[in-house]
Design a protein around this ligand. Structure first.
Ligand code: SF4
Length: 464
């Protein structure tokens, strides 16, 4: 098992006072190896913490006494040290199989680890879940978790996951819900496979077998130009409409039976079907926001609130990407398993010189459709001409039109013919650790751009 390593020590913390340093290997805490940051958090919660460390090949023991619950002050380099549990499914719609070759290695990791579900909101299929995992989830109260359902019919689910264990692994979902664990589900809809009557059957199956499910997101598959699956294709407009009709019908049934809507359709469906987004209050608490559900309504609300705040920055609020439990785990590495989008608070000197210049908001094709109705109000707030610069995703091709999957290559192509003296605003959702998905950097773009946060409040702040 790889050893946990300390990445950073908080000045003045018990770890600092005991002489712990960044780079120290953490062999054991209270006699137990460190498996992951979840366990570590519990291990270092004790008032007396015995650490077995290795530094420069020499082993040493350190005993730290502190108040129970007082943070130790040592951050670890990763979330999991006994290896991330990888997925043994082969879903035809898996986006990892649809990536072109030669991208960052971390993008090709197929994880199916309930710990990452708890830490980051990753969806797990539970095909590798065990009795021991269930016991740990219940003992350590690892809640909420996120589960890919796709279909409740056993044969169809096994077909969608290309794994015969897919037929039976939803029994763990039942066990988790029965034990009071909060679980959010998702169905990735593949037209002609699990839509239509199959989707109806799945929504009936949820009501029948999993009525305690907190929410269920219904999202369309992404089909990139690099897919090798002949049976996969994007939805037609009629199919997108039909999925929305099904979700609305079931929201009414769930409301009747359970007092809540439970199921929500992805924003992408409304764009594909060219239908208005539902009113904000029908998203209940926007609990599937990170899954692309209710993002457009949230953004619109943030812009409206920010515009009404009349420049009082302290009143501007946005929906920051949810960091979940990870944000509060003191052993969490500084960079996290999912790196921060950017450390660039880019205000390039050229850009500052152009503050009064016309503005172009760089965005994906779907983002442009969400932003278009807000443009007149944004322009009024900026007091300069504001336009959208929608970027077509040639890199992935297919039906990929969300802003988060834009690459440096496509943004460069779009910017190359644009005027030099305009301001270009780029949402940080396209970056991970300052790099685009294709590895390109902001500094390599052919025009100076300002990286701005992805919330409506961030955009209004940048425009004012
Ligand atoms: S479970 Fe997720 S990671 Fe695994 S093959 Fe299916 S889509 Fe890909």
């Amino acid at each position: 098992m790889p050893t946990a390593r300390i990445e950073a020590v908080a000045p003045g913390s018990p770890a600092d006072l005991a002489g712990l340093r960044s780079g120290d290997e953490l062999c054991a805490v209270n006699g137990e190896a460190v498996r992951d940051v979840i366990r570590y958090q519990l291990q270092v919660d004790e008032p007396v913490v015995e650490l077995e460390l290795r530094r420069g090949g020499l082993e040493r023991q350190v005993v730290i006494e502190k108040r129970a619950g007082e943070p130790l002050g040592a951050a670890l380099t990763g979330p999991v040290f006994d290896r991330i549990r990888t997925c043994d499914n082969h879903c035809p719609f898996c986006f990892i199989y649809q990536l072109p070759a030669g991208m960052r290695r971390s993008l090709y990791v197929k994880d199916d680890d309930y710990r990452l579900s708890f830490l980051y909101g990753n969806f797990t299929t539970l095909t590798r879940f065990t009795e021991a995992d269930l016991e740990r989830v219940l003992t350590e109260r690892l809640s909420p978790l996120y589960v890919s359902i796709h279909a409740t019919d056993p044969d169809l689910r096994a077909r969608l996951l290309r794994n015969r264990r897919g037929a039976t692994s939803l029994r763990w979902l039942g066990a988790l819900l029965d034990a009071g664990v909060e679980v959010h589900g998702q169905v990735v809809v593949c037209p002609g496979i699990n839509d239509g009557a199959a989707l109806d059957e799945t929504l009936l199956g949820v009501l029948d077998r999993f009525p305690r499910l907190a929410t269920l997101g219904v999202v369309p598959l992404g089909v990139s130009a690099h897919s090798h699956e002949p049976e996969l294709r994007e939805h037609t407009r009629e199919e997108a409409n039909s999925v929305l009709d099904t979700v609305e019908r079931w929201q009414a049934r769930y409301l009747d039976a359970l007092g809540r809507r439970l199921v929500f359709a992805a924003d992408e469906y409304f764009l594909m079907a060219d239908r208005p987004f539902p009113p904000p209050d029908t998203y209940e608490d926007f609990l599937q926001h990170e899954n692309g559900i209710g993002m457009a309504r949230t953004f619109e609300r943030e812009v409206t609130a920010a515009l009404q705040s009349e420049g009082r920055d302290d009143e501007l609020v946005g929906t920051a990407p949810r960091a979940g439990f990870f944000a509060s785990v003191e052993g969490a590495p500084a960079a996290g398993y999912r790196a921060p989008r950017t450390a660039l608070a880019v205000v390039d000197s050229d850009v500052v010189a152009h503050r009064r210049a016309p503005v172009a908001i760089v965005t994906g094709e779907y983002g442009a459709r969400v932003l278009a109705p807000l443009l007149p109000s944004l322009e009024a707030a900026a007091d300069v001409p504001v336009r959208l610069l929608p970027v077509a995703n040639q890199f992935f091709g297919g039906n990929i039109a969300v802003t988060g999957l834009l690459t440096a290559a496509d943004v460069s192509a779009a910017l190359a013919s644009e005027p030099d003296d305009h301001r270009y605003l780029l949402p940080d959702v396209v970056l991970s650790d300052d790099r685009f998905l294709d590895g390109g950097r902001v500094a390599d773009l052919p025009r100076a751009v300002e990286v701005v946060g992805t919330t409506g409040a961030d955009l209004v702040r940048a425009l004012r």
